[in-house]
Design a protein around this ligand. Structure first.
Ligand SMILES: [Fe+2]
Length: 360
C-alpha cells in the first residue's frame, strides 16, 4: 500500500511466475498510469507479459472465457488485474477458468477442484474490496441476475493499493464505489455471519467513512480523501470476505441487471431504509454503526444518503413486486439479522426509491 507501491515492491511479482497476462478495461488503466507502472514493474523483473484490455462492465462468462484463452495462449503463470470491481472479478474468474474446464452452466457453485492461477489485484476504484475477497461477481444471464462465484482459490495472491490510481475518477464513480464499500461495512457489521473480529474491522472502516461521507457530499474530493476511501474499501472487503453480504446486495443485483443501475448506487439506494429496519429489530447494531459514522439518527443517515444519491430513478409497482420475489429467494436472506418477507423487501424498495425513511 502507498504511493508508487507497484514499482517499489515490483519484486513481489516474481513470486507468482515468469509470465503474466495483464487484464484491464478499455481505457482507465491507461489514463490513470496504473498500466504503465505495471508494465514497467514486470519488465524490470524480467517477467514476460501480454495484455487483455477488453473486460466489460458487469462481466459475463464469455468475457472471462476469452481472457482465460488469452492467458492460455500467453502461457501465463499468473494474471494481473488492474481496474474496478468488474476487472478484478473477471481476472479472478478467468484465473479459475484456466485451471478448470467448465461448461457455462457449471461455473457458478463449482468447487474449482483445479484451483486457479494466482492473481495480483490492483484496484483503481475504492469500492469493491475484490482485491481481498474470494468472490467474483459475474453477470448470470441464465438466472437474470449477478451471481457470486465464491471459492478460496479466488483470493488474490497479491494486492497493490495506490490511491493515485483513483485520483482521476469522476465524481459519480467515486460516490457510487464509496457507497458499495460503505454497504460492505454496514452489511458486514450486522451480518449473521459476523464475529467480533470482523465487526472490529467494519467499525474501523465506518470511522473512516465518518469523515469521508460528509466530504463526498460537499464535493470536497481531495487526494487525502481518495487515499482514505481506498483504505476504507479495502477494510470493508476484508469484512465481507468473512461475513459475505446481506439482503441489500441481493436487492441491488436486480437493480443492476434489469435497470442498469451501477452496483454501488444500487446498494446506496437501499441502505437508508435498511439501516432503519435494522434499528427496529436490532437497535444496538444500528446504534453502533451510527456512532462510528458520527451520525445522530437513521433519519440523518438517510438524509446523507439522499444527498449523495441525488435524483433517484423510479420503480414501477410491477418491478418492485418482481424484484422482491427474486430477492426473497436469495441466500442473503439467511445472513440478514432479522426475519424478512417479500413484503418487507418491497417496502425497502419503496422507501429507497421514495423519500420515506423511518427515524430511529
Ligand atoms: Fe458490493
Amino acid at each position: 500500500m502507498g504511493r508508487g507501491c507497484v514499482k517499489k515492491d515490483a519484486s513481489l511479482f516474481r513470486k507468482l511466475g515468469a509470465s503474466a497476462l495483464i487484464m484491464t478495461g478499455k481505457n482507465s488503466a491507461r489514463q490513470n498510469g496504473s498500466l504503465e507502472d505495471v508494465q514497467a514493474a514486470l519488465s524490470g523483473q524480467g517477467i514476460a507479459f501480454s495484455l487483455f484490455d477488453q473486460v466489460e462492465p458487469n462481466p459475463s462468462i464469455p468475457c472471462c472465457r476469452e481472457a482465460a484463452r488469452a492467458a492460455q495462449i500467453a502461457q501465463a503463470d499468473f494474471i494481473v488485474g488492474i481496474g474496478g470491481g468488474s476487472v478484478l472479478d473477471a481476472s479472478k474468474a478467468a484465473a479459475a477458468l484456466v485451471k478448470n474446464d467448465l461448461l457455462d452452466g457449471d461455473v457458478f457453485g463449482n468447487p474449482l477442484t483445479g484451483g486457479a492461477l494466482p492473481v495480483a489485484a490492483i484496484p483503481t476504484t475504492a469500492g469493491t474490496g475484490s482485491e481481498v475477497t474470494q468472490y467474483a461477481i459475474l453477470t448470470n444471464d441464465e438466472a437474470q441476475t449477478k451471481t457470486s462465484l465464491s471459492n478460496e482459490a479466488l483470493f488474490p495472491a497479491l494486492a497493490f493499493l495506490d490511491g493515485n490510481y483513483t485520483h482521476s475518477l469522476p465524481r459519480a464513480i467515486t460516490v457510487n464505489t464509496a457507497l458499495d464499500a460503505l454497504s460492505h461495512a454496514v452489511e458486514g457489521y450486522v451480518a449473521n455471519k459476523s464475529d467480533p473480529w470482523s465487526r472490529a474491522v467494519a467499525l474501523s472502516s465506518l470511522r473512516i467513512f465518518s469523515h469521508a461521507l460528509p466530504a463526498l457530499a460537499e464535493d470536497k474530493i481531495e487526494a487525502q480523501l481518495r487515499d482514505s476511501l481506498l483504505l476504507a474499501s479495502n477494510m470493508a472487503g476484508v469484512v465481507i470476505a468473512h461475513t459475505s453480504t446481506t439482503i441489500v446486495h441481493a436487492m441491488g443485483y436486480s437493480l443492476t441487471y434489469f435497470k442498469n443501475i451501477d452496483h454501488g448506487r444500487a446498494n446506496g439506494l437501499i441502505l437508508g431504509p435498511y439501516l432503519s429496519l435494522i434499528a427496529k429489530h436490532k437497535p444496538e447494531l444500528a446504534q453502533e454503526i451510527l456512532s462510528a459514522l458520527h451520525i445522530e439518527s437513521t433519519h440523518e443517515f438517510s438524509a446523507l444518503m439522499d444527498r449523495l444519491l441525488g435524483p433517484k430513478e423510479s420503480l414501477s409497482p410491477e418491478e418492485i413486486q418482481a424484484f422482491s420475489d427474486r430477492a426473497i429467494k436469495a441466500k442473503h436472506v439467511g445472513n440478514t439479522p432479522c426475519e424478512l418477507s417479500a413484503e418487507d423487501i418491497a417496502t425497502l424498495y419503496q422507501q429507497g426509491f421514495g423519500s420515506g425513511s423511518i427515524p430511529l
